[in-house]
Design a protein around this ligand. Structure first.
Ligand code: TLP
Length: 342
């Protein structure tokens, strides 16, 4: 029985073109900025987002941490959605390493408003930490891959700037958002101070993430990356597939979105558990298995026995993520196997 791996788009393997690009990559010492392939990836990324500069890092987690460390000082406060990846899944790095305290606000499907930001800022009373950063996650992972529109991002950013704060987007899956709305990622970069995005999720590169921003921000980010141990030497070997990811893989994300929708509709039609259709906007499907009198851990275990891998999202929520390794036929097979579960 073929295993169908819907745990995450992080499981995507590099394409043959990516593998070949590693063999041919021109290399140098990237800490001294002498790796032509890394330089090319960074230039390409900045161009793509319309920013002055970009920085290649080993992971989305490190990109987010670097961004927080550049935008904030220890003891500062950051306004963040209550289920944001940076708060939920990044080992508390924002506090443990950057010394930043989170102020949580609850979004609607991951999206919050300028009014909520205004409410969250408590001003410079003696008792409160300075609010210095607003973080937006697009697409929002735990909300189910939900999309912020450029207009929603701009409204929050303008408000944050008026209040003296910077804005960072965790755009690990920002290309999914852009493809879903048929807009360019430049639209998201217009009013924010930094964006991180991942090459190694739906875009299928084996490693890596990028931060984009203005020159001054990226210079500081480069130094902070070095401090965190993320200064890499002949990093062109991993940047080369990143170039393929950025130039060749964005268009195909629509296929993942179509497969996610097909999966959601198919699972809903089984009528055995709840499927939150409002959140099926990109490549993520969340189901609530409580009608089966099971928790997510038990259901994921049961799925595994039928050769389907999904992610335990806590409580009764199970997450399925579509990606390049999943075909439309795999979706039919998944729905069939779930229907036959005993
Ligand atoms: N997300 C992973 C897991 O960590 C949960 C996944 O399978 O979805 N921001 C967002 C929105 C993410 O979803 C992730 C990874 C990251 C940052 C971190 O990226 P990496 O794994 O490169 O550190």
């Amino acid at each position: 029985m073929r295993t169908i791996d819907l745990r995450s788009d992080t499981v995507t393997l590099p394409t043959k073109e990516m593998m070949l690009s590693m063999m041919d990559a021109e290399l140098g010492d990237d800490v001294s900025r002498e790796d032509p392939t890394v330089n090319r990836l960074e230039e390409l990324s900045a161009k793509c987002f319309g920013t002055e500069a970009a920085l290649f890092t080993p992971s989305g987690t490190q990109s987010n941490l670097i961004s927080v460390m550049v935008h904030c000082r220890r003891g500062d406060e950051m306004i963040v959605e209550s289920e944001a990846h940076i708060y939920y899944y990044e080992v508390g790095g924002m506090s443990a390493v950057a010394g930043v305290i989170p102020r949580l606000i609850r979004g609607n499907l991951g999206v919050f408003t300028p009014e909520q930001v205004i409410d969250a800022v408590r001003g410079d009373d003696m008792h409160f930490p300075p609010s210095k950063l607003v973080e937006i996650e697009n697409t929002h992972n735990r909300a189910g891959g939900t999309v912020w529109t450029p207009k929603e991002v701009s409204a929050v950013s303008i408000c944050a700037h008026d209040l003296g704060m910077k804005v960072h987007i965790d755009g690990a899956r920002i290309f999914n958002a852009a493809v879903a709305l048929d807009v360019g990622v430049k639209e998201y970069a217009k009013n924010v101070d930094s964006i991180s995005f991942c090459l190694s999720k739906g875009l299928s590169a084996p490693v890596g993430s990028i931060i984009v921003g203005d020159k001054e921000f990226i210079e500081k980010a480069r130094k902070t990356r070095k401090m965190l141990g993320g200064g890499m030497r002949q990093a062109g070997v991993i940047a080369a597939p990143g170039i393929v990811a950025l130039t060749k893989m964005v268009g195909r994300l629509k296929e993942d979105h179509d497969n996610a929708r097909k999966l959601a509709i198919g699972l809903k039609s089984l009528g055995t558990f709840d499927v939150e259709m409002r959140t099926v906007q990109t490549n993520i499907v969340l189901i609530d298995v409580s009608p089966l009198d099971m928790n997510s851990e038990q259901f994921v275990e049961k799925l595994k026995r039928s050769g389907i891998l999904a992610a335990d999202f806590g409580g009764c929520i199970v997450r399925f993520v579509t990606h390049r390794g999943i075909t439309s036929k795999d979706i039919d097979e998944t729905i069939g196997r779930i229907e036959r579960l005993k």
